[in-house]
Ligand binder design. Structure first.
Ligand SMILES: [Zn+2]
Length: 403
């Protein structure tokens, strides 16, 4: 994508007489030819001549592909694209790449107008590409307004570093992950569907939950917030998760002796609080990895890359490293344990886990959101660059070839 001129897709039709014909992505019958099950009547798809009609009946502007396909995937009676499972996923990826291709095409055609007064920023790209001018786009420069492009990324990174310069280290680092079992997702699935059949529902619900989380943070969940920064990424299975950094006012900074009131790395008592106990067991237990499961994705060179299991600790300590060391009581000292179901050599077993395996969480937020939501206190300046890089590290890219 970056700086490389993209070639239009090569779509070839085989006609009845055997002749071959090359068509454009914007060919009106493209959708019907590619997805005969979705469009059994061969209805025309998007063309550049479609005009948007407003609710008042006035003819509006030209319809964009984004508007057209958004209409096609909306939840309404009789919209059977939503029932096509894998084909629905393919359709989404396909139409999105059409939309993206059109946007990139526009940027390529309009280089002069888009960049006329902006060439000074080429320096930014030089920096972003390690100062090697050969890495800078030779023919096409993506404008800073292009989401995910190198100049856009550089702007976000600069903003993040400006926050740090002005307000010092962030106070909290929060990670929130989609729970495909959220009732809002489950209630909207059609009969027989699994959450992964409906990426449209997943993203909408996640968006609402994330908005709610940001509202809570603004309403002083962790004190008066001065600034925040977040990024949303997609895991390989298509579930979005957010990384959030927040800065609070100096008087609301968490004092070392108050850390336990905000963050816990322990399993709650099952008798006293069965609901929270269940949520911690479902969402906040790492792995297990190591001797219990060598195949866990966190294992690097037969060691857990996230340092689990963590040592037991009588009381929370302010670490010298990036995060404090949280209290994790031994079962003998009154720490609670819990059971998780896991597979070992193909068999389902029940494993008892201790506080060594708990990912730090905030009980209030965990209860609110019922999903994996990790809350950490950033306590040293060392890790800041790393964290802000992590938050703005950019999109995953893959180059591959099929033979
Ligand atoms: Zn691990």
């Amino acid at each position: 994508m970056d700086n490389e001129p993209t070639e239009p897709r090569n779509i070839v039709l085989k006609l009845r007489d055997g002749a071959l014909k090359r068509i454009s992505e914007l060919y009106a019958s493209y959708d019907a030819l590619q997805y005969p099950i979705v469009f059994p009547y061969g209805t025309d798809g998007y063309t550049i001549h479609l005009v948007a009609r407003t609710a008042t009946g006035k003819d509006g502007q030209k319809l964009t592909q984004l508007q057209y396909y958004s209409y096609h995937i909306v939840v309404r009676e009789g919209n059977h694209i939503r029932q096509m499972r894998r084909l629905f996923q393919q359709f989404l990826v396909d139409v999105y790449s059409k939309i993206e291709a059109e946007r990139l095409g526009f940027i390529r055609r309009e280089q002069k107008t888009l960049l006329a007064d902006n060439y000074g920023n080429l320096r930014d790209i030089l920096m972003a590409s390690d100062g090697d001018p050969r890495n800078v786009g030779q023919r096409v420069v993506l404008p800073a307004t292009y989401t995910g492009g190198p100049r856009w990324m550089h702007e976000r990174q600069s903003d993040a570093m400006a926050y740090v310069r002005c307000m010092g280290r962030p106070d909290f680092f929060i990670t929130m992950t989609t729970n495909p079992k959220w009732v809002e997702v489950q209630q909207n699935l059609l009969p027989g569907q699994e959450a992964h059949d409906r990426p449209d529902i997943i993203v909408r619900v996640f968006r609402q939950k994330h908005k709610k989380l940001m509202e809570l943070l603004k309403k002083r969940a962790f004190g008066t917030m001065r600034a925040f920064l977040y990024t949303i990424e997609y895991q390989k299975r298509g579930l979005p998760h957010a990384h959030i950094l927040i800065w609070v006012t100096p008087e609301d900074k968490v004092k070392p002796e108050k850390i336990d009131m905000v963050i816990s790395a322990e399993i709650p008592d099952k008798e006293q609080d069965p609901e929270l106990h269940m949520m911690v067991m479902a969402h906040m237990i790492h792995g297990p990895c190591g001797n219990l499961n060598q195949n866990s994705p966190c294992m690097k060179d037969r060691k857990c890359s996230k340092d689990f299991p963590k040592p037991f600790l009588q009381s929370t300590e302010q670490g010298n490293d990036s995060y404090p060391k949280y209290r994790r009581l031994k079962p003998e000292d009154g720490g609670y344990t819990g059971e998780i179901k896991m597979r070992q050599q193909g068999k389902r077993v029940v494993q008892v886990v201790t506080n060594q395996w708990v990912v730090p969480y905030n009980p209030f937020l965990l209860r609110q959101f019922n999903c994996h939501i990790n809350v950490e206190i950033c306590s040293s300046i060392k890790s800041i660059k790393y964290i802000t890089m992590y938050v703005t590290k950019g999109t995953d890219q893959t180059v591959f070839e099929l033979q």
